[in-house]
Design a protein. Structure first.
Length: 133
């Protein structure tokens, strides 16, 4: 289920910097389900894949759906964590989320555990219209 050919940056928590100029995935200091820290490198953020469901029917494969910017923002905002009650900071985080959804394609993923992580990543990039190597 893990990445073999893809550089692992973060698991459950993704940090995005430079949202307004050049959205970049930054290394996360948090450990997720993989139980290990990702590489200490950053990467241009080319697409956002949001896991919306797991596929458990026998033989079923993962499906991918690129969504509109409006729908992408609505889906993305549900996954943004904020640790403040400060109204101005919360408004700024909301604005950054909208900007991110404007700039980066959002793909909804219904994931089958039959598909390995490398294949899922490639499929998200393809659905988002990003070139893959």
């Amino acid at each position: 289920l893990g990445f073999v050919h893809t550089e692992y940056v973060s698991d459950d928590v993704a940090l995005v910097v430079n949202v307004g100029t050049s959205p970049t995935l930054a290394p996360s200091p948090f450990f997720g389900a993989a139980g290990r820290r990702g590489t200490d490198a950053s990467a241009p953020l080319r697409a956002i894949g949001i896991l919306v469901d797991k596929v458990s029917e026998t033989g079923a494969r993962s499906t991918y759906q690129r969504v509109s910017r409006t729908r992408g923002a609505a889906e993305l905002i549900r996954h943004v964590a904020r640790f403040t009650n400060d109204r101005a900071l919360s408004v700024r985080l909301f604005e950054l989320t909208l900007t991110l959804a404007e700039r980066i394609p959002v793909v909804l993923v219904r994931r089958s555990l039959l598909d390995d992580a490398d294949d899922v990543l490639r499929a998200v990039l393809k659905e988002a219209g990003c070139p893959t190597a």
